[in-house]
Design a protein around this ligand. Structure first.
Ligand code: KG4
Ligand code: ZN
Length: 339
């Protein structure tokens, strides 16, 4: 499949269905004209986590409505669209297929070009909405990935470090579950930690080499800490334990991001992915960047968690496939990291 150089100018209809959020947006260059996200949180809460087939089926029910709302909020007609952009990898394969099939069908029947977007490149592109300019170092921390991306130009990046075990979002979610918090854990833990003492428990420092991350030991340390306490003690100190656990995750993320920027000789740093919505991380980054004269770019929380606007922002840096070359385009569960 040859992607010939069709530039992404004019309003794009953008679709993102890689996990459990059904989202659509209209984006024109770097201007977000609308962004609609229909979260499936309540649907999956009953199972305590995301059930892939349930997510895919729900996408089929919601996507048309979400697309119609994105067009309406942008004040755009179908005939105004200059192209379609969609996340094709990585993610839940059934969930990706729903978005990609819809995107291909819309682009085909309207004779529009289509841009395939990698989900991690989408997350990174959200940093541009915060005003960053390449080159910069971006910490990408989501439910499935945690890595340090040295962004050279647009959404082209090199991986300088990555997690050796769990992703940071996974560490939040598993910790939340151990603390008896409802799904989705990360945001719940964030809320609880806001009223706790982060110095209450001294969690061990993870020591993976150089710019890599490790979170699984921390999760085990939390498990042992909770086992040693009575149920009444856990109930009384849940906020303090949550704050200490969050602080340990945040410390590692901030340390490695700052170190990466120093090693790369770059002053601009950014964060992306669902964990970038964490208030403790945002506060710690503001402090660390001020102390070291780094320029910090924080996308709005709604642009950090999964959304389709970021797909459009990424598409403006990518080449579109002309009509109808994309008909055989496929979704992939795992994506190439470091494109
Ligand atoms: O990027 P994202 O929305 O989806 C993936 O690509 O995975 O990230 C979801 C992850 C989940 O692990 C979720 O618990 C975490 O981001 N998350 C948070 C917060 N909001 C979402 N973690 C900590 N604090 C938050 N406020
Ligand atoms: Zn994501």
């Amino acid at each position: 499949m040859n992607a010939t150089d069709v530039s992404n100018r004019g309003p794009l209809l953008c679709i993102e269905t890689s996990c459990d959020d059904t989202s659509a947006a209209v984006v024109d260059g770097q201007t977000i004209r609308s962004s609609v996200v229909s979260s499936q949180t309540e649907l999956h809460a009953a199972f305590g986590g995301i059930v892939p087939e349930v997510a895919s089926r729900r996408h089929t029910e919601l996507l048309n409505v979400v697309i119609a709302q994105a067009l309406e909020e942008a004040g755009a007609l179908w005939s105004d669209l200059a192209g379609v952009a969609v996340t094709t990898q990585p993610g839940l394969i059934g969930a990706l297929l729903v978005g990609l099939s819809a995107a291909k069908a819309i682009a085909y029947v309207r004779h529009l070009p289509l841009t395939a977007v990698d989900h991690l490149q989408g997350h990174i592109a959200a940093a541009y909405a915060a005003g960053v300019q390449a080159p910069f170092v971006c910490l990408v921390a989501s439910g499935g990935h945690t890595l340090l991306a040295v962004v050279e130009e647009g959404v082209r990046y090199r991986v300088a470090g990555r997690t050796l075990d769990d992703a940071a979002g996974e560490a939040f979610d598993k910790g939340a579950r151990l603390l008896g918090l409802p799904y989705p854990g990360g945001a719940e833990l964030d809320r609880l930690a806001a009223r706790g003492d982060p110095a209450h428990v001294r969690f061990p420092r993870a020591l993976p080499r150089r710019l890599d991350f490790s979170f699984s030991g921390l999760k085990t340390a939390l498990l042992y800490d909770l086992r040693e306490r009575s149920a009444a003690e856990v109930a009384a100190q849940r906020a303090d334990i949550a704050a200490s656990y969050q602080a340990a995750i945040v410390r590692q993320l901030v340390d490695k991001l700052v170190r990466c920027a120093e090693e790369e000789g770059l002053r601009r740093i950014a964060v992306a992915g669902g964990v970038a919505a964490n208030s403790g991380l945002r506060a710690a980054l503001a402090e660390a960047s001020a102390a070291r004269s780094l320029d910090l770019y924080l996308p709005a929380p709604a642009l950090c968690t999964d959304n389709a606007a970021m797909v459009g922002l990424a598409a403006s840096f990518l080449r579109a496939m002309p009509w109808p070359d994309y008909l055989a385009l496929d979704a992939r569960a795992s994506g190439a990291v470091g494109l």
